[in-house]
Design a binder for this molecule. Structure first.
Ligand code: PEP
Length: 255
């Protein structure tokens, strides 16, 4: 598998953090620090910050994403946002299937597939999250589980549409815990996902697929993680909230 075929993507998941004014300041601070980056940069912000983030990032190399979208186009779904609504604003990316959505908001592999389908149909690029719980790892079912999550999420997605998908391998036990997967563990599961893509589609599709690692990636450990042959960047929570730390991670992925 040739890592050089793929561009690394560093995406920040701000979760439920930052007011509009804080969002503007963070992006303004980040812009000059990452202007020469040689990787794609995305900030996935709360819905209320999308307009601010789009304005603040205009003319820069920072793209904007949302953290979820609904699978229906419109209707009686109080509190939800459709993919078309995001596209109309100028949003280009959306995180789908984050473990916090799966854990706290009833997201299932089937709804992840429906949201993925809707997001692609609307023209968004999906950052599709998969990953095992600690119990799964202890039962030694990580590979099977992550392969299954990947297969279900991509059900009905054609090979051509894969250019609109980034997969983020995020072991749930490593998210927001300060417990990072070792670079070997991260690479091993990213490789399992790549093999799964090869089985569903073909080798060319697997070679071209951007597969990120996410889970307590920070300024200190990013270089080793993103240097792994099957790791094409990262999805970063906590460390994306500080411009200087996020810029170090972006720099590591640009090498
Ligand atoms: C995430 O929110 O996807 C994430 C990986 O969070 P953290 O970097 O804080 O573990």
């Amino acid at each position: 598998m040739n890592k050089k075929l793929r561009k690394a993507v560093i995406a920040g998941n701000w979760k439920m953090n930052k007011t509009r004014s804080e969002a503007k300041s963070l992006i303004e601070e980040l812009k000059p620090l990452v202007a020469n980056a040689d990787c794609d940069i995305v900030v996935c912000v709360p819905f209320t910050n999308l307009e601010t983030a789009l304005d603040a990032s205009k003319g820069s190399n920072i793209k904007v994403g949302a953290q979820n979208c609904h699978f229906e186009k419109s209707g009686a779904f109080t509190g939800e946002i459709s993919a078309d609504m995001l596209v109309e604003m100028g949003v280009e990316y959306v995180v789908i299937g984050h473990s916090e959505r799966r854990q706290y908001f009833g997201e299932t592999d089937v709804t992840v597939n429906k949201r993925t389908r809707a997001a692609i149909d609307a023209g968004l690029t999906v950052i599709l999250c998969v990953g095992e719980m600690l119990e799964d790892r202890e039962l030694a079912i990580t590979d099977e589980l992550v392969a299954m999550q990947t297969k279900i999420a991509l059900n009905g997605v054609s090979k051509n549409e894969l250019s609109k998908i980034i997969i983020a391998y995020e072991p749930v036990w490593a998210i927001g815990t300060g417990k990072t997967a070792t670079s070997a563990q991260a690479n091993e599961v990213c490789a399992v996902i790549r093999t799964t893509i090869e089985k569903i589609y073909d080798k060319a599709a697997a070679d071209a697929m951007t597969i990120q690692y996410g889970g307590s990636m920070n300024a200190a450990n990013a270089a080793e993680l993103v240097a792994q042959p099957d790791v094409d960047g990262g999805l970063i929570g906590g460390a994306s909230l500080k411009a200087s730390d996020f810029a170090v991670i972006i720099d590591a992925a640009s090498k």
